[in-house]
Design a protein. Structure first.
Length: 462
């Protein structure tokens, strides 16, 4: 879906011109002339980006930006302010995501818009009564900023200008050192790179290399551009730079804005890292049994199909082991559910240890467990199942909150193996049939008196 952009400027010609420029590259553009109209359009249209012209009614762009940053409806919408370079620091402090000069050329405007929309953080519509305060800078203590300049003297000048304005560590690197550190996992949080290091545009090639590396791709990047190099600046933004700055950082007057930009990139990186970590945790929780730490049924079934597919492609055998604890209901009835949880957790650990690092263990529900052994023959499968049977019954489980409480546990186990070249079918079908065979063997073990292993007779599956 095309991103909707809201442009605001009190001057009609400027507003219309900006709208036409953006619409020419197929953005959905709406326009406002003052703060009230901005809020009205935000409520109705929910834009993905707001661009503030140099004039917006009775307020300046910086005043408008401050109001937007403080309102829950707009605090998470990125804002670009068109202000003179002298006002860049004030605009960033007011909440601007980025600034551009009012006379910005098309290629630079579009590159900046593309970059902001690419890096835009997911935002949620504000809920009534749940307004949030404007986000503040938040990142790891003493983050590392790598300085990669065209010469050592310039890198030291960068360090001097930024060290008193940010609470960061700085390390001067050359391109080879930066790539070597990234490959070794010693990544900077932000890289400040000169566009021309040893040759014309090689800083941009370094940017591309670092963004392709596993460790450094999530860092922030700022490219220092020589004067009158707008095309290179636009190219840097399209390559993934979070900002472009003058190669001299604007001297003492401009260094404050550069430091502010670095702080914004560090905060964005921290939030992105937190979202990735949360997504990873949610993924682990979704496929893990919270009691035992084993995989759950939701994950185990497709994983079995995956193991089956790999076995069929590699002409290898595999084994499925179904385990059910005997008379488990008695544990809960006689000792309580806390004791039952202790038994399940303990047996899960024994199952995991018995299968080893090459095996796959899951809790299928209740007192039922599953083990899968890739690249396994029927002899090894039977031996592993009998070892598991012995491990379960040989040592009692200690019960919590029961003085001197221990309980002996046994299990019924069913085993089904698939030999190399034995089956001819779809992996999902083979996996399902093998699991059914293991379940049938498990039922046979229970019917035969429990506390035993029954191996399913191998069958040709078509």
């Amino acid at each position: 879906m095309t991103t909707r952009i809201l442009v605001a400027d009190a001057v009609a010609t400027a507003r219309i011109t900006l709208k036409v420029r953006l619409a020419s590259v197929c953005y959905d553009v709406v326009a406002a002339s003052c703060l009230d109209e901005i809020f009205q359009l935000v409520d109705q249209q929910r834009p993905g980006l707001i661009i503030l012209g140099s004039s917006a009614g009775d307020s300046s762009a910086i005043q408008i930006g401050t109001a937007l940053a403080q309102d829950a409806r707009t605090s998470n919408i990125p804002v670009v302010m068109l202000v003179p370079p002298a006002q860049r620091l004030a605009a960033l402090k007011a909440g601007a995501t980025a600034t551009l000069p009012p006379e910005v050329e098309d290629h630079m405007l579009m590159a900046r818009v593309r970059g902001i929309l690419r890096d835009a953080e997911p935002c949620r519509p504000a809920e009534f009564g749940m307004a949030e305060a404007q986000a503040t800078f938040s990142h790891v203590a003493r983050p590392l900023i790598a300085l990669i300049a065209d010469n050592a003297l310039r890198a030291q000048k960068w360090r001097k200008l930024l060290a008193t304005r940010t609470n960061c560590r700085f390390e001067v690197m050359d391109p080879d050192e930066a790539l070597g550190a990234a490959t070794a996992g010693r990544n900077a949080d932000v890289y400040l790179i000169a566009a021309d290091i040893r040759g014309n545009g090689d800083g941009l090639r370094l940017l591309s290399e670092l963004r392709s590396r596993q460790g450094s791709r999530d860092a922030g990047f700022v490219i220092a551009i020589a004067e009158n190099a707008e095309e290179m600046a636009a190219f840097a933004l399209d390559l993934g730079a979070g900002d472009v700055v003058p190669v001299d950082l604007g001297g003492d007057d401009g260094a404050g804005a550069v430091a502010m930009s670095l702080q914004m990139l560090l905060s964005r990186k921290t939030r992105s890292d937190q979202r990735r970590a949360e997504a990873q945790r949610n993924m682990v929780w979704a496929m893990t049994d919270p009691l035992t730490g084993l995989y759950n049924r939701r994950y185990a079934i497709p994983k079995l199909s995956e193991i089956t597919r790999e076995a069929l492609l590699g002409n290898q055998g595999f084994a499925v082991i179904a385990i059910d604890l005997d008379h488990f209901k008695r544990v809960n009835d006689n000792y309580g559910h806390g004791a039952g949880d202790a038994v399940l957790t303990d047996i899960a650990g024994r199952l995991r240890d018995t299968l080893g690092s090459t095996g796959f263990a899951a809790r299928m529900g209740g007192e039922e467990f599953l083990g899968v052994l890739p690249n396994c023959c029927d002899t090894r499968a039977a031996k592993t199942a009998n070892t598991l049977l012995h491990v379960i019954q040989s040592r009692p489980v200690t019960l919590p909150h029961v003085k001197g409480g221990e309980i002996c546990v046994t299990a019924s186990i069913g085993v089904a193996t698939v030999a190399p070249l034995q089956c001819d079918g779809w992996p999902d079908q083979v996996a399902r049939m093998t699991l059914e065979r293991a379940d049938q063997a498990l039922l046979a073990a229970k019917a035969a008196g429990r506390n035993r292993v029954i191996c399913s007779r191998a069958e040709t599956m078509v």
